[in-house]
Design a protein around this ligand. Structure first.
Ligand code: SF4
Length: 451
């Protein structure tokens, strides 16, 4: 059977889709890029916030409206785990729904492919999606008590993946030509806590770094404030292929709001930031905030802006708060009007954009490696070819880009000088001549991203 898989939501969902693909490939089914070429359409949904649910419904509705009668449509993942009825009501007629971590059950439901299909067991293009970066999910689920978050209800208790399995996955990615491994989890710094082994992220990084020395970038996402230990910061600084980059969602910059969110205080967050900056003076810091949390006053929002200004994050993402049924914050009577939330969101993003531009301007004149992601160069205003990639300061899909003069194959790591800065992106010139551009191989993984 030919399947077309569409992945919505976050990086963790991307890894879940890879698990589903492994199960489907075990049945010798074949991925296709275009929905019209598929016998089976699968949407791996996101249900994290209202906007994610709305996007999931819209995507499923589009596929339902355009599919042929001989095409099956399966809807799986977070939204169907927590709001299956809502989806079915909005889009009646889908063939099957599954929640999270039901990958083997889905493959069993579909059954093996007919014998007429014969695909290689380990085609790097198929398995790796042809992308130079890959996600490695080191744990799933979450034990934290954040009052706005539905994730623990969707994913359950935190459970760490076995280190040996992660090393094997990392080696496999390296063998397929992956140049960047991005470590994801709901809370990456909790790794090992479910086995009474706190502070296990540092030894995991050591083992990963040694297992795949040919992978130049290993990147850490989703650290929890207060869980960055001196050992973790020192280990990151020491390992040559762990990049000095940390994503630490902080959610707010007012202690009163953080208390209502049941999140760590600003003192705790600052201590983690200080540890990282002391160990890695050039560390790139990304964070995420929620605006319009119930009861957020003008003064509390101003505290958030002042905190962001003081900490000067390199990259900043934001959400407007949306109440999730089943969470304590959804019952709070102090819901903030939508117009106020949107106005605060715009002000925060404007500040984040200015700080991002200032951080980018500070890079001008520096020499950095650019990991090329584009399969074909685009064209500059002057008519010359431009390859699109990233420096180690930017995580895939959420941060900025590096626009590199010249034609380079996807997966190339090119030494370059930063010539200019845009709000989110860097303009770069190569310090080495471009080789003849080889055709990039491998199908694209069908995916959409909302945050
Ligand atoms: S730490 Fe993250 S995933 Fe866990 S409950 Fe809080 S917001 Fe949700």
């Amino acid at each position: 059977m030919r399947y077309h898989l569409l992945t919505l939501g976050c990086a963790k969902n991307t890894v879940d889709s890879m698990r589903l693909e492994q199960a489907l490939r075990g049945g010798r089914h074949v991925a296709v890029d275009a929905p019209e070429d598929a016998d089976l359409l699968v949407v791996n949904t996101c249900g994290f916030i209202d906007a994610a649910k709305a996007e999931s419904i819209e995507v499923v509705r589009e596929l339902q409206a355009s599919r042929r009668v001989d095409q099956r449509l399966y809807v799986v993942g977070c939204m169907t785990q927590i709001a299956r009825d809502e989806l079915i009501e909005a889009v009646p007629g889908v063939d099957a729904t599954y929640g999270v971590e039901a990958w083997d059950a889905i493959a069993a439901d579909i059954g093996p492919a007919s014998a007429s299909f014969d695909i290689p067991d380990a085609s790097p293009g198929l398995l790796g999606g042809g992308a130079p970066s890959a996600y490695l999910k080191i744990s799933d689920g979450c034990d934290r008590p954040c009052t706005f978050c539905i994730i623990p209800s969707i994913k359950g208790r935190m459970h760490s993946m076995e280190a040996d399995r992660l090393l094997a996955e990392a080696r496999w990615h390296a063998a397929t030509g992956v140049r960047e491994l991005v470590l994801v989890a709901q809370d990456s710094t909790a790794y090992g806590e479910d086995h009474d082994a706190p502070d296990s992220l540092a030894p995991l990084l050591e083992r990963l770094s040694a297992a795949v020395p040919e992978v130049p970038w290993i990147r850490l996402m989703y650290a929890y404030p207060g869980r960055v230990t001196p050992r973790l910061a020192e280990t990151m600084a020491r390992l040559p292929n762990v990049v000095p980059y940390v994503d630490m969602p902080l959610q707010h910059g007012s202690d009163a709001v953080l208390r209502r969110m049941k999140r760590p205080s600003l003192r705790v967050a600052r201590r983690s930031l200080e540890l990282l900056r002391a160990a890695m003076p050039d560390v790139t810091l990304r964070t995420t905030f929620i605006v319009g949390f119930p009861g957020e006053t003008d003064a509390e929002f101003e505290e958030l802006l002042a905190f962001v200004e003081a900490e000067r994050f390199d990259h900043l993402g934001a959400f407007t708060y949306s109440p999730q049924p089943g969470t304590p914050a959804a019952l709070d009577p102090g819901q903030v009007p939508t117009a106020v939330k949107e106005e605060r969101y715009a002000r925060l993003m404007e500040l984040g954009q200015r700080l991002s531009l200032e951080a980018n301007r500070a890079q001008v004149g520096r020499e950095l490696d650019v990991l090329v992601e584009s399969r074909e160069p685009t064209t500059s205003r002057g008519g010359g070819p431009v390859s699109v990639g990233r420096t180690l300061r930017d995580a895939p899909e959420v941060d900025g880009l590096a626009l590199l003069k010249g034609s380079y194959a996807a997966g190339s790591m090119v030494r370059a000088r930063v010539d200019g800065a845009l709000h989110y992106d860097l303009l770069c010139s190569p310090l080495e001549a471009a080789p003849a551009l080889a055709a990039a191989a491998g199908p694209r993984r069908a995916r959409r991203r909302i945050r």
